[in-house]
Design a binder for this molecule. Structure first.
Ligand SMILES: *Cc1c(COP(=O)(O)O)cnc(C)c1O
Length: 438
């Protein structure tokens, strides 16, 4: 049994042609699928809920540019992500900056560019933002990231109700009613909560959102700040593995929109934000690698490909002790050979470099064939050890209709070596007498 997609899946891009033109391994993003997925959600979601794209999921500037053109704003967590969002056409006003370890430089860049808000994750960070705002004379809109006292089951990674480096504990905030009065320049204007990732249950998202709205009202009341912005996180998942099911956007929005509407009735001027990474980009992406060798070992078949976990760590099987496979297939016309179990591995010198374990693929799979890993547009190369064994980042290609655009060059050995500094220190090492063999 495979994942049961209820949303469009890649298929239109000619992966053989892309691999011929741009080489392998390569990530191929289908811009039409990206747009269709975005619109399917946007058309049904309550219009007051703004969609902010979490660049962490896929920071390619052309992907960000397409999402920006479709109407998405951006949520960023590093200076380069901020620069990427702006390079992709976003206005600073359309960007939220979040992250537990922001540098002074990042905070100053937020203030100087005028992002919509800085989402602060600790009390010392709040004090620093206030200090920097005073020093630069820039206004600072601050949203408090809250680590809620509650948790809601149903996500791949649950955030609330646990000690975390993210956000400020709800209780600490409730215990600090004078927090805002202590600020000189920065202004607290809202609340953000992120409850977890890979959520595949519509009811969990609705419950999270309901409880985040209640929490935001509770905190704004207690601390006396205006509720100008509430960011309800997101964490919407996609089905990767057996027995997983995609979210049904109709079911989700039918239940979520009334919750949003009730909040809008109470707070018509509040800016509402949903942050989405994986949900927006996962389905549009396919990782394509070429088989270099096929071999057998102790009765199992191995297809050794030119790319592996160095580019696609997630394919190892997220958050699971048992290896679960992403949806995989051989690219190109079917030969008619029956499917048999194949281990698909990469070029790294570690047994962990297995992107598919006992994947059903044609028995006549051979060197030169292309293997595709679907649903790979999120947390692919960006979340993988691309420098392991010095292979570098793979190429990325964006397709639209029947056109293909190279949107990232693969790293070359020269690129990788150019970042290193060779100090030839051999002569400075004290010479040692060669030890004669006995
Ligand atoms: C990672 C992250 C996201 C994006 O998560 P997805 O599950 O990819 O949608 C959004 N918000 C925060 C705070 C995150 O850390």
């Amino acid at each position: 049994m495979t994942a049961t997609p209820s949303r469009p899946t890649p298929g239109s891009a000619d992966l053989t042609a892309v691999a011929e033109e741009f080489g392998t391994p390569v990530y191929v993003y289908d811009g039409d699928v990206l747009a269709a997925n975005y619109r399917a959600l946007r058309e049904r979601l309550h219009p007051a809920l703004g969609i902010f794209y979490s660049l962490k999921a896929n920071p390619n500037v052309s992907i960000c540019g397409l999402l920006h053109s479709l109407g998405a704003n951006a949520e960023v967590s590093s200076l380069t992500e901020l620069r990427t969002a702006l390079a992709a056409g976003g206005e600073p006003q359309d960007v939220l900056f979040l992250g537990p370890g922001k540098s002074r430089d990042e905070l100053v860049a937020c203030l100087n560019s005028g992002v919509r808000a800085i989402i602060v994750e600790s009390l010392p960070e709040l004090a620093l933002v206030d200090e920097l705002a005073r020093a630069t004379g820039r206004p600072a809109r601050v949203v408090l990231r809250v680590n809620p006292s509650f948790s809601v089951k149903g996500s791949g990674l649950t955030m609330g109700g646990k000690p975390r480096q993210f956000g400020i504990d709800e209780q600490q905030l409730l215990d600090a009613p004078d927090l805002c009065a202590g600020l000189t320049t920065a202004r607290v204007v809202g609340v953000q909560v992120y409850m977890g990732t890979r959520i595949l249950d519509e009811g969990t998202i609705v419950e999270n959102t309901t409880r985040i709205f209640e929490l935001a009202e509770r905190l704004a009341d207690r601390l006396g700040f205006p509720l100008e912005l509430v960011d309800v996180g997101g964490g919407l998942g996609v089905a990767y593995f057996e027995r997983e099911r995609d979210l049904d956007v109709e079911v989700l929005t039918a239940a979520l929109n009334p919750v949003v509407e009730a909040f809008v009735q109470r707070h018509p001027a509040t800016d509402l934000v949903m942050e989405l990474g994986r949900y927006l980009v996962a389905l549009c992406g396919t990782y394509v690698a070429r088989v270099r060798y096929v071999k057998e070992s102790m009765g199992e078949r191995f297809a050794v490909a030119d790319g592996g976990t160095n580019h696609h760590m997630a394919a190892v099987g997220i958050g699971s002790f048992v290896k679960r496979n992403f949806p995989m297939r051989k690219v190109g016309p079917a030969s008619g050979a029956e499917d048999v179990p194949w281990n698909v591995t990469g070029p790294l010198c570690t047994p962990n470099d297995t992107i598919g374990k006992a994947v059903p693929l044609p028995a006549d799979l051979a060197a030169g064939d292309l293997v595709a890993v679907d649903r790979s547009g999120a947390y692919g190369a960006t979340a993988s050890p691309v420098h392991f064994l010095s292979h570098g980042y793979p190429a990325e290609v964006l397709t639209l209709g029947d056109e293909s655009f190279l949107v990232r060059h693969a790293d070359t050995p020269d690129d990788l070596l150019s970042r290193q500094v060779f100090h030839d220190l051999g002569a400075r090492v004290a010479p040692t007498e060669a030890v004669a063999a006995p």
